[in-house]
Design a protein around this ligand. Structure first.
Ligand code: PLP
Length: 421
């Protein structure tokens, strides 16, 4: 029976049971952390060969000495690998330093200071707004918050954002952008379909310089044998008459080293020229030695696919166990729903409305640190206080098991408490 169907006595019994389970949980003195979507050491070890590359053979295929300044667009052979994987022309893909988040930040900062080529002026001259599919990636929202860009929530479903809400919002000329994590979104695992993607690139936006921040951070991070396809979003946008609408971001952070990978930016020729013009004032060139090391280590698009299969073998069992425990502990109680992602780094757990903060607090007091409730929403505010992000990749399988089991106890206890309140 679900919790709402239980009478007062039955709820009281469940509450007492869960209080006992929670006391046992606390007595175990756990120290577990399910907060950040980081690769585990075992995953990082897969790429240790990078640490010895490129060795003293530091010239790229064109004979450029990668130790020196220059080459702002990045090492061509590495760009070619990721252009193939991302389905974009190599001339329209730039390889940068270690964080695509930095490029996202910079494109927004550049837009605020200078505007895009077709903008009437700097974005900062006006009060601007962004559409934020929720739940979403907290660091996207932090960039907006930092710079006073007003964020408006829209619901993110399994196949992308609610298009009616997006269409309505885009009628406002102060709405300049939308965040999108099109493949295995953080944290929902959503996969934008071609239909949704076409709708977004064709959207009638009141602002002529409306931009889609297409953060394909998990494009190759499959957890099953069915790979979500990488859509030719630049081609679709051009076809829809909006060639400059899409900015694509990606990186090797969860392919090689999260702290020492290579980031990528792809867009239309106009946007690439705009970006390089501004970037050229910020740097004389990226870390080409690291890019060359990556090109040699990865070798080809297939090299990346093979490496991703090895990541999958390490992390898929953690997701499977987490999902199994959630089923075993929570099925039938009507207290939670969760995603079973086909890829990416997260499980998104929705608990009873109004209890997520309490669940996270209970878990913390029992030594299980979860990402703060509300963190997947603009301004850290989950309007329903129900969403919790689970990041199972970093801990060991054993720790994932203990943490999810403990979390389930907290979900049940918080739900029972609420019913009795
Ligand atoms: N984009 C999304 C959706 C992410 O979840 C993350 C990391 O968690 C990043 C970007 C960070 O990417 P990078 O390491 O390339 O800055």
């Amino acid at each position: 029976m679900t919790l709402t169907e239980l009478d007062h006595d039955a709820i009281t019994r469940l509450h007492t049971e869960q209080q006992t389970a929670y006391a046992d949980l606390k007595a175990r003195g756990l120290k577990l952390d399910l907060t950040r979507g980081k690769p585990s050491a075992e995953q990082l070890d897969l790429s240790n060969a990078l640490l010895t590359l490129p060795g003293t053979d530091y010239k790229d295929a064109a004979g450029v000495d990668c130790r020196n300044y220059g080459g702002i667009e990045g090492v061509t052979e590495l760009r070619a690998i990721f252009a193939e994987l991302l389905g974009v022309p190599v001339e329209q893909l730039i390889a940068g330093d270690n964080a695509s988040l930095a490029i996202m930040h910079d494109t927004i900062a550049f837009a605020l200071l200078k505007g895009f080529p077709e903008s009437a002026g700097p974005w900062a001259a006006e009060k601007i707004k962004f559409i934020c599919p929720v739940p979403g990636y907290d660091r996207h929202f932090s960039i907006c918050e930092q710079y006073g860009i007003e964020m408006i929530n829209v619901d993110l479903g399994e196949h992308g954002p609610d298009l009616d809400q997006v269409r309505e919002l885009a009628k406002d000329p102060s709405v300049r952008g939308i965040w999108a994590v099109p493949t295995y979104a953080n944290p929902s695992g959503s996969i934008y379909t071609e239909e949704v993607t076409r709708a977004l690139v064709s959207l009638e936006a009141a602002a002529p310089d409306f931009r889609i921040f297409w953060d394909n951070a998990y494009a190759f991070h499959h957890l099953t044998e069915t790979d979500a396809p990488v859509l030719d979003v630049l081609g679709l946008a051009a076809e829809a008459g909006h060639p400059d609408r899409v900015l694509i971001f990606a990186s090797t952070s969860k392919i090689t080293f999260a702290g020492a990978g290579v980031s990528f930016f792809a867009s239309s020729p106009v946007n690439i020229a705009w970006y390089l013009g501004l970037l050229g004032k910020r740097t004389i060139g990226p870390n080409k030695i690291n890019q060359l090391a990556h090109a040699r280590y990865l070798g080809s698009a297939d090299g990346v696919r093979e490496l991703m299969a090895k990541h999958r073998a390490i992390i898929a069992p953690k997701f499977e166990r987490a999902e199994q425990i959630l089923h075993d502990r929570l099925d039938g109680h009507g207290v939670a729903a969760w995603t079973e992602p086909q890829g990416g780094y997260f499980i998104s757990l929705d608990v009873v409305d109004g209890t997520a903060t309490r669940v996270v607090q209970l878990a913390k007091e029992a030594g299980i640190v979860m990402t703060g409730a509300g963190s997947a929403f603009p301004y850290g505010k989950d309007p329903r206080d129900r969403n919790i992000r689970i990041a199972p990749t970093f801990p060991t399988l054993g720790d994932v098991e203990q943490a999810i089991d403990g979390l389930a106890t907290c979900v049940l206890l918080a739900a029972a408490e609420q019913r009795l309140a």
